[in-house]
Design a protein around this ligand. Structure first.
Ligand SMILES: *[C@@H]1O[C@H](CO)[C@@H](O)[C@H](O)[C@H]1NC(C)=O
Ligand SMILES: *[C@@H]1O[C@H](CO)[C@@H](O)[C@H](O)[C@H]1NC(C)=O
Ligand SMILES: *[C@@H]1O[C@H](CO)[C@@H](O)[C@H](O)[C@H]1NC(C)=O
Ligand SMILES: *[C@@H]1O[C@H](CO)[C@@H](O)[C@H](O)[C@H]1NC(C)=O
Ligand SMILES: *[C@@H]1O[C@H](CO)[C@@H](O)[C@H](O)[C@H]1NC(C)=O
Length: 951
């Protein structure tokens, strides 16, 4: 299976499979032919100098900088193809090119950066429940729960803080019951919202590859999203960059089919996102968008399935800017860990101009710290964490035959079941693990007139329901096995999940011979189920910080169990969860901010700091005494829309980055400006959050989420502990930090917390973040046997068999080598070079002459290299592959667990042939904050000898 991917035959492939804690060796095989990874194999985004930055403009001779670039490339005989061009001076000028040798382009005058095109996987919500209809007469009485969450409940201002002030423009915390006591507050500029604020909705989020789900675009035919497209409608415009059929697949691609109409009716994520910003009130669920008077432009960049390259994200971003949007929101991303990806960089530059750019923080909380998502990492953008909503709108079934409370089942609308049906249980044993995974026994009665009760576990819900249906079953309730009460995928079956205790009750009653039956009221049985984790940061929110120690995420908004609009053909409303849902909430709050303060660059640039300094701190649990959630997951806390918009005290900056031990900035300054009309006095206090123990003790592996917390916190001394600031005046405060003590350094503790600036009436905060330990000491390359039973990195054949001794390869068919590696931590530079077999080099990760290497002998005499040089004092024969700013691997089976470099043709990265001979592969990974010119800052590994014996 020889790869067919043009001349760039050396690539990083990401795939994995876990058996318990370990990965299966067989999962390595078969990767060699795939040309995927988070980098598109041979496509690069080349950024060239802005013509404006170029002092010697004349040398262009009337040509554009793009043409000048191509001229240089032609002169150097670099085969290339131009796929798209960007020309947004000040933001991004460059081209997407297909080419073999990225390194040679870097040396061309005027080239500022060259980066591989990163693949962003199709977004997938964490939980998904599609509502089955809109005509239910009994919807939950008040679904404004997300808005109620985001206003402060200041007991001193009971008649003030609870209300929405921007009645016509959005409902921050609007609570119907209080309408009559609405305070009169003048909002002179509110009417500007409609005309000035446009919100761009790009799309969703999800990390992981090969997922069969989602998309973008908006179904603007949804009546609660305006019912139409174009001037005069809510969705005033936009663009479809890809078309329905676009599937940038793992092993290939097809051509985007752009058209002006961003309609999506095949997935719905964009429609859900749009409703969170702008759904019109007066719908059956009484929900409303945060800023429902905002005009929306929708830019569709995913087809119905598949992934997209970040080149298309950049194109959509630049289009969003040139179309005049004030806010750009992207509910999308993929694991990254760095701020340097091209789409992150462009997002950051756009934010620096005063647009507000909100981007999902990512849904990889389970993978632990140091696993942030790009482009959410963009330095100047607002990365958004998710908070679980306090209630989930669900339905109750009524129990007959025995006395029992109604049973809540996971559905937004009633199951379409008439009458009262007896129950039947597929097992009378509540401890069964694989209930109904196999065909039901022959003596099973006809189940068509029963509600069938099945236990969750082992096989898919659809498999269980298929087995039930084979016996005539039409209605089923699956009871939980401890996995959690949530929406489940039941295909087309009439079925849903109930809680474990309710299932145990029903099964025990049935087994005892009781005549129990259930009915499903079609109205009057909706129930706002209290979510036990409501008000806490959603466990799926990705943890920061970035590997370059930026404060991500920045702020949280409701994103868990959010009811919003959906495409009409898919149900019109749905409940979804994800940082994708939290992100448009902040975009909506941003629209309100612009509408009140004016759409100026100054307001846009100050927005993140304003949201951070006025946010509400979020605990790590509902248990008294537990610490606040680490700021590496909550950011500065839950946005307080009311307070942010009405604050007359401006605290700045919102974030104090103390950085790691080697770069520790213990002395920090912030200012408190009184923009109000009366003098204010404040006290300064320190409110630490839990210190994140980001690594598993004594290992090189980051801890999985939920990341353990310690109560040991930093200590802070202030230049003043109380002060008075008069109207128009600014007080400067310095804070002197000392890191926490008494912590196990092998856990690489990341500490964080708040400085509170408060008086009896109001309070503001500044967030801080630092670590105990230096990032340069963190091991990057996994050299353990934990995942594969052999020490990594390791050479394999194309079938994934480990090769410990010198081996020849013909490169005919599948006869070629691969390097299998895991990155336990991110690296700013990963290099694979071919070197002489007898190179004198002490590597950090293995020693020549040890173990299997001792039997090696040179198989061929070495002939002169096609391209050679030295890098960091190490003589190399040529580069096989180089990648900057690589994320770490996760420890789970979703395509992010390990990397392989498949050398499927005897060619260097630049396409020149490697002469037959014997070689070794030298792998080097730069440590975080390391100096790329210092050999000592790299970890290195040398492969056994490989003989190249191509015909
Ligand atoms: C729904 O069921 C729950 C749990 O039994 C109960 O507390 C609640 O009152 C019920 N609500 C309605 C509307 O039936
Ligand atoms: C339930 O009864 C109504 C009214 O008789 C009928 O329209 C509907 O089709 C029935 N639904 C099912 C699932 O049998
Ligand atoms: C479910 O319904 C869809 C659309 O009606 C249909 O295409 C699909 O085949 C059905 N699936 C099953 C498992 O019946
Ligand atoms: C479960 O219990 C009921 C009632 O006692 C009985 O009729 C049925 O056969 C039992 N099912 C199994 C699988 O034992
Ligand atoms: C932390 O320090 C490193 C090393 O100096 C630097 O590269 C990085 O930008 C710093 N991070 C922040 C957020 O300032």
């Amino acid at each position: 299976m020889k790869t067919t991917v043009s001349s760039f035959l050396l690539h990083i492939a990401f795939a994995g499979s876990v058996l318990g804690a370990e990965f299966s060796q067989s999962s390595i095989a078969g990767l060699a032919g795939l040309s995927f990874g988070n980098n598109f194999p041979n496509k690069f985004i080349v950024e060239v100098a802005d013509p404006a930055d170029n002092p010697s403009k004349r040398s262009l001779d009337g040509r554009t900088t793009h043409e000048q670039l191509y001229d240089f490339m032609r002169k150097r005989d670099l085969g290339f193809e131009v796929e798209r061009e960007f020309d947004a001076p000040g933001l991004f000028v460059g081209s997407v090119v297909t080419l073999a040798d990225a390194a040679k382009v870097m040396n061309i005058p005027g080239v500022k950066a060259i980066r591989p095109v990163k693949l962003i996987p199709a977004p997938q919500p964490v939980k998904k429940h599609i509502v089955t209809g809109v005509d239910d007469p009994e919807v939950p009485p008040d679904s404004e729960s997300t808005h109620i969450l985001t206003v402060s409940h200041n007991p001193l201002q009971p008649s003030y803080a609870r209300y929405i002030l921007i009645m016509d423009h959005g409902r921050i915390g609007f609570n119907r019951a209080w309408t009559n006591c609405m305070p009169k507050v003048s909002l002179g500029k509110e009417s500007r919202l409609e005309s000035l604020t446009q919100v761009i909705v790009i799309e969703l989020y999800r990390n992981g590859y090969g997922l069969k789900l989602p998309y973008q675009g908006i179904d603007f035919t949804n009546p609660f999203l305006g019912g139409g497209f174009g001037p005069g409608f809510k969705v005033i415009g936009g663009f479809d960059f890809v078309g329905d059929d676009f599937k940038l697949r793992l092993a290939g691609t097809n051509t985007p089919q752009p058209d002006p109409d961003p309609l999506d009716q095949c997935n719905g994520h964009g429609t859900h996102v749009a409703g969170i910003i702008g759904a019109d009130p007066g719908n059956p669920f009484n929900i409303s968008g945060v800023a429902f008077k905002a005009s929306i432009n929708a830019y569709r960049i995913f087809g119905c399935t598949g992934v997209v390259g970040d080149d298309i994200i950049i194109e959509a971003l630049l289009r969003g800017v040139s179309d005049g949007n004030d806010i750009l929101t992207m509910s999308l991303g993929g694991s990254d860990g760095w701020t340097e990806g091209m789409s992150s960089v462009v997002s950051s530059r756009i934010a620096a101009t005063g647009k507000i750019v909100t981007i999902a923080a990512g849904n990889d909380g389970a993978k632990g710290s140091w696993y942030t998502s790009g482009p959410g990492n963009a330095i100047n953008a607002i990365s958004v964490a998710s908070l679980d909503n306090t209630v989930i709108p669900l339905q109750n079934a009524t129990v007959h035959g025995v006395k029992h409370d109604p049973i809540t089942y996971f559905a937004t609308f009633p199951l379409p079941v008439n009458g009262t049906l007896p129950i039947f249980t597929t097992s009378n044993d509540t401890t069964i693990v694989d209930d109904a995974c196999n065909p039901l026994p022959d003596d099973t009665p006809d189940l068509s007139s029963f509600v069938v009760i099945v236990k969750r576990g082992t096989c898919t819900f659809v498999q269980k329901l298929t087995n039930v249906a084979a016996k005539g079953g039409k209605v089923s309730l699956i009871y939980d096995n401890g996995s959690g009460f949530s929406a489940i995928d039941v295909g087309n079956f009439t079925a849903t999940l109930i809680q474990e205790a309710d299932g145990d009750f029903l099964v025990n009653e049935f087994a005892s011979g009781a005549q129990v039956s259930l009915s499903f009221p079609q109205s009057g049985a909706s129930f706002n189920f209290p979510d036990a984790s409501g008000g806490l940061i959603s466990s799926f929110t990705s943890y920061g910080p970035t590997n370059d120690f930026f404060f991500k995420p920045a702020i949280a908004a409701p994103g868990g169990n959010i009811l919003s609009t959906f495409p009409v053909p898919l149900g019109t409303f749905a409940v979804l969860s994800g940082t994708s849902m939290a992100t448009p909430f902040i975009a909506g709050v941003s629209a309100l901010l612009f509408s009140v303060k004016g759409t100026t660059a100054q307001v846009g640039k100050g927005a993140r700091s304003l949201f951070e300094t006025t946010a509400q701190r979020v605990p790590s649990s509902h248990t008294d005494g537990d610490p606040l959630q680490t700021l590496t997951q909550q950011g500065s806390g839950l946005v307080d829309a009311f307070k942010a918009i009405h604050a007359d005290v401006i605290v700045s900056p919102g974030e104090l980055i103390l950085n790691d031990t080697a770069h520790f900035k213990s002395l920090q300054t912030f200012t408190v400006k009184n923009a109000g009309t009366s003098a204010k006095s404040f006290k300064i206090g320190h409110i630490p959050a839990g210190t994140a123990l980001t690594f598993q003790p004594g290992t090189i592996f980051p801890a999985d989420g939920p990341v353990p917390l310690s109560a040991n916190s930093a200590s802070v001394k202030f230049s003043e502990t109380s002060f008075t600031v008069h109207p128009g005046q600014t007080q400067e405060i310095t804070a002197h930090f000392a890191p926490p003590t008494g912590l196990d350094p092998t856990t690489f503790p990341v500490f964080s917390g708040f400085i509170e600036i408060a008086n009896a009436e109001e309070s503001y905060q500044v967030s801080y973040l630092g670590s105990v330990g230096s990032l340069k000491d963190v091991q990057v390359v996994d050299d353990t046997d934990v995942f594969f039973g052999v020490n990594l990195p390791i050479l394999t054949d194309s079938a994934g068999n480990f090769l410990l001794n010198a081996t020849n390869f013909t490169f005919v068919g599948d006869d070629f080598p691969m390097v299998l590696l895991r990155l336990a931590f991110g690296t700013p530079k990963l290099l694979f070079d071919l070197v002489e077999p007898d190179i004198k080099l002490t590597t950090t990760l293995n020693k020549r002459g040890d173990g299997p290497h001792s039997s090696e002998r040179t198989l061929f005499s070495f002939s002169s290299a096609a391209k050679s040089g030295t890098f960091s004092q190490v003589p190399t024969l040529g580069s096989l592959f180089e990648a900057d700013f690589q994320p770490r691997n996760s420890d789970v089976d979703d395509g992010t667990g390990f990397n392989t470099l498949a050398i499927s043709a005897p060619e260097f990265a630049n396409g020149t042939t490697i002469p037959n001979g014997s070689y070794r592969i030298l792998l080097r990974a730069l440590k975080v904050t390391g100096d790329p010119t210092k050999e000592a800052d790299f970890e290195s590994w040398l492969s056994p000898v490989i003989g190249i014996d191509a015909p």
